[in-house]
Design a protein around this ligand. Structure first.
Ligand code: CA
Ligand code: CA
Ligand code: CA
Length: 326
């Protein structure tokens, strides 16, 4: 009898767990406690941590099921496929995105966001809070972009590995949505974000990301309990194969938060054992006071460093072009 009850209890726990974490096609991506990552993930290799993923949650996007409406010129199921896994420590979020693409192309310009690029959105709010909020939206078209939304477009590269990415966010000083280009050093020094782009074979590449909580959604406060927390996430993959001038696009939830006709935000669901937001990465060359301001959500110092002439010690920062996201 006791054994039978225990079995039922385990079954029910598994069921509830599965409802959140077992579905590669729902609107939640469960984030598991991470152990064993190298101090610097930019080592050209997929970290061992990801290898045993049996029974764990992930996202998979395949054409035509996960096409952005009207951007679905994919031919067959191997034209583009992306899978995404997530893990975390008290310091930050780790993501592994594996992309299968039949043809890799280089970007034609610094704004060529469609040329084989991951296109991700992050927010410090959760999906439902964004959908139901009053006063959180920046009011750009009918979008569901908020004051704490960050968008990243990170190329896969073809003839050579990419040297940087595009980042977009609402700038409180300029009162507008800004898109900037960042090279890997700027991304790491100013935002603590590290991205490793790994070539697996002719048709498969991976991106491994580290994104510190102190910068996620413009910064989660130190001490924020992460276990059980939901944080909004969305996005997909933009594919050109040399035969299309407009990219074909996969999107996790059909579209992305640039559209507001439905809620295209999903959630990271942080699993028990990650803990509270802890240490700010020590590689950030900001004063203690500045770090505190940034953690509180004031982004201005970092932005001035990018768009102005300021440079971090030993780092040549050139003025970045500021362009509006299409
Ligand atoms: Ca790595
Ligand atoms: Ca393709
Ligand atoms: Ca491609």
């Amino acid at each position: 009898m006791v054994r039978a009850m225990a079995f039922v209890a385990v079954f029910l726990v598994s069921l509830s767990y599965g409802q959140t974490c077992g579905d590669a096609y729902d609107g939640n991506l469960c984030v598991y406690p991470a152990v064993g990552f190298p101090a610097n993930i930019r080592d050209g290799a997929v970290s061992d941590f990801w290898s045993n993923w049996s029974g764990k949650d992930y996202i998979e996007m395949i054409a035509p099921s996960d096409c952005y409406p009207g951007r679905c010129g994919f031919v067959g199921t191997d034209d583009a496929v992306i899978t995404i896994k997530a893990a975390a420590t008290s310091e930050g979020l780790y993501m592994l995105s594996e992309v299968k693409d039949n043809t890799w192309v280089d970007k034609a310009s610094a704004e060529d966001w469609g040329a084989d690029a991951i296109d991700f959105y992050f927010d410090a709010m959760d999906a439902n809070a964004i959908w139901t909020c009053t006063g959180c939206l920046i009011g750009l078209y009918d979008s569901k972009l908020t004051y704490t939304t960050q968008q990243f477009q990170v190329w896969m590269g073809a003839s050579a590995p990419p040297t940087g990415c595009r980042m977009a966010y609402y700038d409180e000083n300029l009162w507008s949505w800004q898109t900037i280009g960042l090279d890997w050093v700027q991304l790491s020094v100013l935002h603590g974000i590290d991205i490793d782009i790994i070539s697996i074979d002719a048709t498969r590449k991976a991106q491994e990301w580290f994104f510190p909580w102190s910068k996620f959604g413009k910064g989660l406060a130190q001490g924020t309990m992460l276990d059980g927390l939901k944080l909004a996430f969305s996005g997909g993959y933009n594919d050109k194969d040399g035969d299309n001038t407009d990219p074909d696009c996969l999107r996790w939830l059909g579209k992305d938060p640039w559209a507001g006709d439905a809620n295209y935000w999903g959630d990271f669901v942080i699993q028990p054992g990650v803990g509270s937001v802890g240490v700010i990465p020590t590689n950030a060359p900001l004063s203690k006071a500045s770090r505190g301001k940034e953690t509180a959500g004031l982004y201005s110092l970092a932005d001035k460093r990018i768009t102005g002439r300021m440079s971090a010690p030993g780092v040549a920062v050139r003025p970045s072009r500021i362009v509006m996201m299409p």
